[in-house]
Write a protein that binds this ligand. Structure first.
Ligand code: GSH
Length: 269
C-alpha cells in the first residue's frame, strides 16, 4: 500500500502551474520533480535564476515510478537527467548547474575561493542544522519534550544564520543572491506552517527595543528579498494544496524519508 504521503494534489497550481506549462517541451536537461517539494524548489529556482532550458517532469516520489528509480535508486526528487545521465541531491545539482552553465544568468557560487568556501559552510548549516530543527519543531507532539524547547532551538539556528550574513544585504553575501540563499528559500517561504499548526513561530520583534540592527531585523530584510524573488514566487503553488501535506507532518503521521529521519533523530535523508 502506498504511504499516506502519496496522496497529494497531482500537479503544480497557481504561478508554478504557468511555469510548468512553459517547460513541458522535451529538452536535453530534464528535472524530475514534485511541485510540493522544497528540495525540488531549490533546483527549480536555480534553473530559473540561471535561465537554463529544461523540461519539467512531474512525478510522485512516494509512488516511486520506474522512470524515477531507474535514474535515482533512492527514488527521491529532485532528480536531474543531463545528456541521459542521472544526477541527484539538490545542493550537488545546484552546484553542478553553476559548473555546467557558468555563463548563464545569476552566478550561484562566488568567484573568490574564501567567500565560496564560507558560503558552503552556511549552505551546509542550512541542511544539517536548520532543516532538522525545522522538522523537529513541525513534527513536535506534546509529551516528548516541550514545544518551547524545539521552537527556541529552531529560532536559534535562524539567528545564527542571520548573524553570519553580510550586514547590508539584503542577501546573505550582499546585493546579489547566491546558492546559500537558494538552499534556504523554500523553507523560509514555508514558515507559515508554524503559525498554522504549532501556535506561532515566536520570532522576537527586535533584538533590542528600537534597534534597526540585530539578528531579527536582518532576518526580516533577507526574508523580504527572498519572498519577492521571481524564481521563488513562480515555483510556489497555491497554499491550499500544501495544507494536507503539512498537516501530516504537523500530526507526525507522515511516512516520508524526511519524516522518518526526524522521528529517528537523524538528519536530512
Ligand atoms: N537530500 C535530498 C532530499 C530529497 C527529498 O527528501 N525529497 C523528497 C520530497 S520533498 C522525496 O523525494 N521523498 C520521497 C520519500 O520520502 O520516499 C535532496 O537534497 O535532494
Amino acid at each position: 500500500m502506498p504511504p499516506p504521503d502519496a496522496d497529494l494534489h497531482p500537479e503544480a497550481t497557481g504561478l508554478a502551474r504557468k511555469l510548468v506549462n512553459e517547460h513541458s517541451e522535451p529538452q536535453p536537461l530534464k528535472l524530475y520533480a514534485g511541485w510540493f517539494c522544497p528540495f525540488v524548489q531549490r533546483v527549480w529556482a536555480a534553473l530559473e535564476e540561471k535561465g537554463i532550458p529544461y523540461q519539467y517532469i512531474e512525478v510522485n516520489p512516494y509512488h516511486k515510478p520506474r522512470s524515477l528509480l531507474d535514474l535515482n535508486p533512492r527514488g527521491l526528487v529532485p532528480t536531474l537527467q543531463y545528456d541521459n545521465k542521472p544526477l541527484y541531491e539538490s545542493t550537488v545539482v545546484c552546484e553542478f548547474l553553476e559548473d555546467a552553465y557558468p555563463n548563464h544568468g545569476l552566478r550561484l557560487l562566488p568567484e573568490d575561493p574564501y567567500v565560496r568556501a564560507r558560503m558552503r559552510i552556511w549552505t551546509d548549516f542550512v541542511t544539517t542544522r536548520i532543516l532538522p530543527s525545522f522538522h523537529r519543531f513541525l513534527q513536535f507532539q506534546p509529551g516528548n519534550s516541550s514545544i518551547d524547547t524545539v521552537r527556541s532551538e529552531f529560532l536559534d539556528t535562524l539567528k545564527q544564520f542571520a548573524d553570519a550574513m553580510d550586514e547590508q544585504g539584503p542577501y546573505f553575501l550582499g546585493t546579489e543572491p547566491s546558492l546559500v540563499d537558494i538552499v534556504l528559500a523554500p523553507w523560509a517561504v514555508r514558515l507559515w506552517v508554524f503559525d498554522h499548526y504549532k501556535g506561532g513561530l515566536g520570532m522576537p520583534e527586535e533584538d533590542r527595543a528600537g534597534s534597526a540592527k540585530g539578528s531579527w531585523p536582518r532576518w526580516r530584510k533577507w526574508l523580504a528579498a527572498i519572498e519577492s524573488r521571481r524564481s521563488i514566487k513562480e515555483t510556489t503553488s497555491e497554499m491550499e494544496h500544501y495544507l494536507p501535506i503539512y498537516q501530516r507532518y504537523a500530526d507526525d503521521t507522515a511516512q516520508s524519508e524526511l519524516a522518518k529521519a526526524t522521528r529517528a533523530g537523524k538528519g536530512v535523508p
